[in-house]
Design a protein around this ligand. Structure first.
Ligand code: PLP
Length: 459
């Protein structure tokens, strides 16, 4: 039971009403402000100390949240928040996140959270089927792409060492990937004390077959035997392009290595018949991640991690301790056993709920809308005299150049439009040059918004 200190029943009732009213007001707000980051000093003067022996009481704590904390955090689902990889959770999935918090279920083990585990697995199976992975593939929802990549690579290395019967137990493994892979692949290798061979991507930022085959040939027999995983990206963060996944699958098969596909951002585009061909080969993954908190309309934090052979992942990850042995009594499917974690939130449930409420067609239509926004932005850029399209968008990332600008101008523009509350768009570096980058994942972004944004670059 959710408790409160004795003698505070009235406050508890009032707080429930006030919080529900605050939720309603945020959810009903069709044009939420972008928000504005405050400095630490500004926050200190607005909030001072909030944690005291007797407490602030519900109204004041909620006021601090609504009036100070929330507006100082950027509205990631603002239609013109196009930086990094934004998020645009659906109404139903957002509400389900509240349900998950209130029920506070524990889906680490089947015995504790069977219903939640069942629903999460239904969502994972749907994603696995979307990628064309065979029946039997399964896994777990983890906090994000970084955690997903790490957990997948731990399973990959486990299989490599198991197959070598101890011969590689003290050998530093190698991950082969491209220099367009997300930084979390390198970070995972660092944590695991593994080496990374980062193959230069092609002119569009893709890992292509010839570069991959050539780089693996160059490794020589001894280093080749240390390769435990090939990591390909299905939707790079910087340019939104998909590696040659079939080539990665072929090379991984030749090496006897694990194929991990990072579709954290781009995997959602499997829902679009128009771009599906870019993903040929994804069905051959030993592990795949797709982040519903990026482009599948779920709130933070939610990464789907799917293994072709969940048993290997379970061997790699299950924690053993006397007090945990009962968790294996009814271990039909213990999500905790499939990643580098133990206690976990039912973070896949809001995603499942959104799919259950709206149906997959609605999600496919939303992804199509984002792809259309990217194409539309590209067309506007091409038609403009002050802007240049760096390359045609493959998915929903658009890179563009403002003629005559250098890194300083992009930064000044990014900060200016953020301060004016117009939008949040950050530059990136493409082949040594600073350019602007737009990432569309929000169906609420309309063509007029994009026009406005691009016009703001004419100043
Ligand atoms: C392709 C890719 N992989 C992994 C990540 C890391 O995901 P997270 O930020 O959820 O840890 C990102 C983040 O943008 C990404 O785009």
């Amino acid at each position: 039971m959710v408790w409160h200190p004795p003698g505070r029943d009235d406050e508890a009732r009032q707080l429930l009403d006030d919080v529900v009213a605050a939720l309603r007001s945020r959810l009903d707000d069709e044009q939420p402000d972008l928000g504005r980051a405050l400095t630490y000093d500004q926050l200190r003067s607005a909030l001072g100390t909030s944690i005291t022996a007797s407490g602030l009481g519900g109204p004041e704590a909620l006021r601090r949240f609504v009036d100070v904390l929330a507006p100082s955090c950027l509205t990631i689902d603002h239609p013109l928040y196009l930086a990094y990889v934004p998020a645009a959770p659906s109404h139903a999935s957002t509400l389900a996140d509240v349900l998950v918090s209130v029920w506070n279920m524990y889906p680490g083990t089947f015995a504790d959270g069977s219903g939640a585990v069942y629903a999460e697995n239904e969502a994972l199976e749907w994603l696995a089927a979307l990628a064309g992975m065979p029946v039997g593939a399964g896994g777990v929802f983890v906090s994000g792409g970084t955690a997903g990549n790490l957990s997948a690579l731990i399973a990959a290395r486990h299989r490599w060492r198991e197959r070598a019967n101890g011969a590689f137990d003290r050998t530093r493994g190698i991950v082969v990937t491209s220099d367009g892979a997300h930084a979390s692949v390198e970070a995972a290798a660092r944590v695991m004390d593994a080496d990374v061979v980062a193959i230069p991507a092609d002119h569009r930022g893709r890992l292509d077959r010839s570069a991959l085959v050539h780089a693996v040939d160059q490794l020589g027999p001894s280093r080749r035997s240390r390769v435990f995983a090939v990591v390909a990206t299905a939707g790079t963060t910087n340019a939104g392009v998909v590696d040659d996944l079939a080539a990665a699958a072929d090379v991984a098969a030749d090496l006897g290595a694990w194929l991990h596909i990072d579709g954290a951002y781009g995997g959602a585009a499997l829902l679009s018949a128009g771009v599906r061909h870019h993903f040929a080969g994804i069905e051959r993954a030993d592990s795949l991640i797709i982040d519903p908190h990026k482009w599948l309309f779920a709130p933070f934090d939610c990464c789907a991690l799917v293994y072709l052979d969940p048993a290997t992942a379970r061997d790699a990850h299950t924690q053993h301790a006397a007090y945990l042995e009962p968790t294996q009594w009814r271990a039909e499917w213990n999500p905790s056993d499939f990643a580098h974690h133990l206690t976990r939130r039912a973070r896949g449930l809001p995603f499942w709920f959104g799919l259950a409420v709206y149906g997959t067609d609605a999600y496919a239509a939303a992804v199509e809308a984002n792809l259309r926004s990217a194409r539309h932005a590209a067309a506007m850029i091409t038609a403009s005299s002050h802007l240049e399209l760096v390359m045609d968008p493959e998915l929903s990332v658009v890179l563009l150049r403002r003629v005559g600008w250098d890194a300083h101008h992009y930064r000044e523009w990014s900060e200016r439009i953020a301060a004016a509350g117009i939008g949040y768009v950050t530059p990136t570096v493409w082949r040594g040059e600073t350019v602007a980058r737009l990432c569309f994942v929000n169906p609420a972004t309309h063509d007029d918004d994009i026009r406005w944004l691009l016009d703001s670059m004419s100043a």
